[in-house]
Ligand binder design. Sequence first.
Ligand SMILES: [Zn+2]
Length: 113
Amino acid sequence: MFGSDFTPILIMLVVLAGLFIILREFMCWYWKQNKIVDLLQEINDKLAGKENPLLEPANLDTTSQSTTAAPSSKVTKTEWICTCGTKNPLDKTKKIQNCSECGKNRDFVLKNS
Ligand SMILES: [Zn+2]
């Protein structure tokens, strides 16, 4: 008596659990959850690990070499010389001025020379 009352409920629970697992798998596939998690994990690994090229000192060396190899920037009353060697007219009234040749920002170039 007791067992026969609970048998359909048990069967229903098992069916619902199976349905849940199947639907969960389908939803994860449909919304690309697994792919997203894999990609995020990959990104996180790259950011944290040695694979990150931004953290490698070799890259910093090449940028500093290029700036030191180029003529250093100077500023006079009428012009400012970019790190690439281009002479640009100096206009202090303009807040933003970029090199006509390489497009580097004036203030950035003069600050970092
Ligand atoms: Zn320049």
